[in-house]
Write a protein that binds this ligand. Structure first.
Ligand code: FE2
Ligand code: FE2
Length: 290
């Protein structure tokens, strides 16, 4: 059962019109990795919503019922915001429809052939991945996005925070309305992780081709090393990711990280995600402490 506070949908919009192509610290591979991930968000999030919606009527707990509705609204807004950025990538010469076609095939096949329970288990597993990433965005020195373009950084922070905020919803629906079960959710994370890498990997390659960087093995290896190397940004998230395999695991075990909490407090003051992001990165002062 979720023990976290109220989930708040936020109608946030970002002006992505001036975002440079390599918006993440000028780092081509890091930028395109996050582009290749986020290009799939709108369709992925619609799949998450549908998977949870299949069980919405079976949810009896009033708090969870309300959380489910907030989860739908948050994910829908993520889709709207990332669709806007997808249009920017399209203008850069990336054929978005083409890039996301693999995910669309997977979703169609899943909805045709997998049980609603397994679709929900996959959704809970993907949500574990997005929440782990969301917590990772801000952890340590926040070097995944520290020197990124401020609009993109604020966009990923907002999305990351909301992923942390609603990290238990799909999990709780899976446990309480779909019967739950350890082996199903564990297999879902394994399948989901392989799938994310296959789909994002192909998309990353397609994008690097558009950028004419695909024949630069040193550049690509160095970039991947920053993510997956021994001190890589994603490697550091491995313990949080692996927590899922503990039989008694619950997403709320880790609570809400301090910087996520700071973002939430700051956002509540003025509803400005740009300023909230600056505060989290120590570029603005928390001046409301009287
Ligand atoms: Fe999302
Ligand atoms: Fe989510």
């Amino acid at each position: 059962m979720s023990n976290m506070s109220k989930i708040k949908p936020r109608k946030t919009i970002f002006d992505v019109s001036d975002v440079p192509v390599f918006w993440n610290n000028g780092d081509q591979v890091l930028t395109r990795f996050f582009d290749a991930l986020s290009v799939h968000f709108p369709d992925g999030e619609r799949f998450f919503i549908q998977s949870v919606r299949n069980y919405q009527d079976k949810v009896t707990d009033p708090k969870l019922k309300e959380d489910v509705r907030s989860f739908f609204r948050q994910e829908a807004q993520h889709g709207i915001v990332h669709d806007r950025y997808n249009a920017v990538m399209q203008a850069q010469g990336i054929h978005v429809e083409n890039v996301i076609s693999n995910l669309k095939i997977f979703i169609r096949l899943s909805q045709q052939h997998l049980s609603p329970k397994y679709q929900l288990a996959l959704t809970a597993a993907f949500e574990h991945i997005t929440a782990t990433l969301g917590e990772g965005f801000m952890e340590g020195n926040g070097d995944m996005f520290r020197n990124a373009h401020p609009v993109m950084r604020a966009m990923f922070m907002w999305h990351g925070v909301e992923e942390v905020e609603h990290k238990a919803v799909a999990f709780d629906v899976y446990e309480e309305a779909a019967g739950g079960g350890y082996f199903t959710r564990v297999s879902a994370l394994i399948v989901g992780t392989i799938l994310v890498h296959a789909i994002v990997g192909v998309a990353l390659w397609q994008m690097l081709k558009v950028d004419r960087l695909h024949r630069r093995p040193v550049l690509i290896t160095k970039g991947l090393n920053r993510l997956y190397g021994p001190k890589g940004m994603l490697t550091r998230l491995l313990p949080a990711y692996l927590a899922w395999f503990r039989p008694g695991f619950h997403p709320c075990d880790t609570g809400i990280p301090e910087k996520v909490q700071a973002w939430l407090v700051e956002y509540d003051r003025h509803e400005d995600p740009m300023e909230a992001s600056r505060v989290v990165f120590g570029e603005s002062k928390l001046d409301h402490v009287a």
